[in-house]
Write a protein that binds this ligand. Structure first.
Ligand code: TXA
Ligand code: MG
Length: 335
């Protein structure tokens, strides 16, 4: 099968929507990362998503919708907390975990009684969802364990020959996946840090959100798997006054042992590394998030063996960046 990247005009949006309605799997852009979509009401199409992505069947998919009306059809119950978050953040980079309606197939939710629901804000995505007029279940459009795709080309690099169409929406603005909040019970729980910071959500709810740090809550099933990993080895640096010195030391050790190495750093730090190879990740952590997955993929295509990533603060969007770089480092201790 030939995999085509399609310009996001109305003809191609219709083509992709019809292909999905007919039971096919297509990749589409969102403001977070690209998704790999199927009609959630067609179990065979849903299973094809798992197959194409190489995803374990016990890892549920998020259902993407174009309207709040559709959200009410997917969920059996919409709590008061959920209403607050819908009003504040939808459409946007948030996924709400809600009690699922019984007619949503079990293969979508991996047999759980909750369903993740997300309304993306990306204009092309919205046009696609409106044209399809279906509940579109979709994981990120990468092969399992690889960094999530933030460009149509990233999707093609992973899934070439496995799907016919990738709807091109340009570079994803946020660059990291949505924040997942469980509002299916009495206490709001953060299951995955993402595009919308926990602090912003707490302001809207007027209460603290439970996290893995302050409770024994289970993270979402997907977070236990190896994730976001390029072929290169990834090392993260703890913040602190001597962070640059530690990175330079590690860089020189790796280079001495024959490994081509690159540092991922803020624009204003590039000069601190002298002649060493760096990728400029932008001036602030919003830009850092936007560039992260693309940089991990570029390190592979540029032939680096090791990637050293500057430390990030653990609040705001930093929490989501920190989570992704820790996972991409596959348990390597911080330097
Ligand atoms: O930004 C995003 O959320 C992107 C775009 C495409 O919308 N999607 C995305 O999907 O990141 P995925 O499948 O790569 O990650 C979804 C995560 C997985 O870790 C999965 O285990 C969790 O959400 N999840 C989905 N439904 C769940 C449920 N009912 N209960 C607990 N976790 C759930
Ligand atoms: Mg994913």
């Amino acid at each position: 099968m030939k995999t085509e990247i399609l310009a996001p005009n109305s003809h191609n949006i219709r083509l992709c929507a019809d292909y999905l309605i007919g039971g096919g799997v297509v990749a589409f852009p969102t403001e977070t990362v690209y998704g790999l979509g199927a009609d959630a009401m067609q179990p065979d199409a849903v299973r094809e998503v798992f197959r194409v992505k190489g995803r374990p069947a016990d890892n549920p998919l998020i259902v993407h919708i174009a309207s709040v009306q559709q959200l009410r059809e997917v969920a059996a119950q919409v709590s008061t907390m959920a209403e607050l978050l819908i009003n504040a953040f939808m459409p946007g980079a948030i996924t709400l975990l809600l009690k699922k309606n019984k007619y949503i197939p079990d293969c979508v939710t991996a047999g759980l009684d909750t369903v993740g629901v997300r309304m993306p804000s990306h204009a092309v995505c919205r046009a696609f969802l409106q044209a399809a007029d279906r509940f579109v279940c979709a994981p990120s459009a990468n092969t399992s364990t690889r960094p999530s795709p933030t460009l149509a080309e990233h999707v093609r690099a992973d899934l070439d020959g496995k799907i016919p169409y990738i709807l091109d929406g340009g570079a994803c603005d946020v660059g990291l996946e949505s924040t997942i909040i469980d509002v299916s019970g009495g206490v709001p729980r953060l299951l995955r840090a993402g595009g919308i910071p926990r602090e912003t959500i707490e302001e809207v709810l007027g209460c603290r959100v439970q996290t893995a740090q302050n409770s024994k809550v289970a993270l979402c099933p997907g977070m236990k798997y190896k994730h976001y990993a390029p072929r290169a080895e990834v090392y993260t640096a703890a913040c602190g006054n001597d962070m640059h010195a530690r990175i330079i030391q590690k860089y020189d050790d790796l280079t001495a042992s024959g490994r081509r190495t690159v540092v991922l750093c803020l624009t204003q730090h590039t000069h601190l590394y002298g002649q060493r190879a760096v990728y400029d990740m932008g001036r602030d952590y919003k830009e850092f998030a936007h560039n992260l997955f693309a940089a991990l993929r570029k390190a592979d295509s540029d032939g680096y063996d090791a990637v050293l990533i500057e430390g990030v603060p653990q609040d705001g969007i930093g929490a989501a960046i920190y989570n992704r770089i820790k996972k991409s480092s596959g348990g390597n201790a911080e330097i």
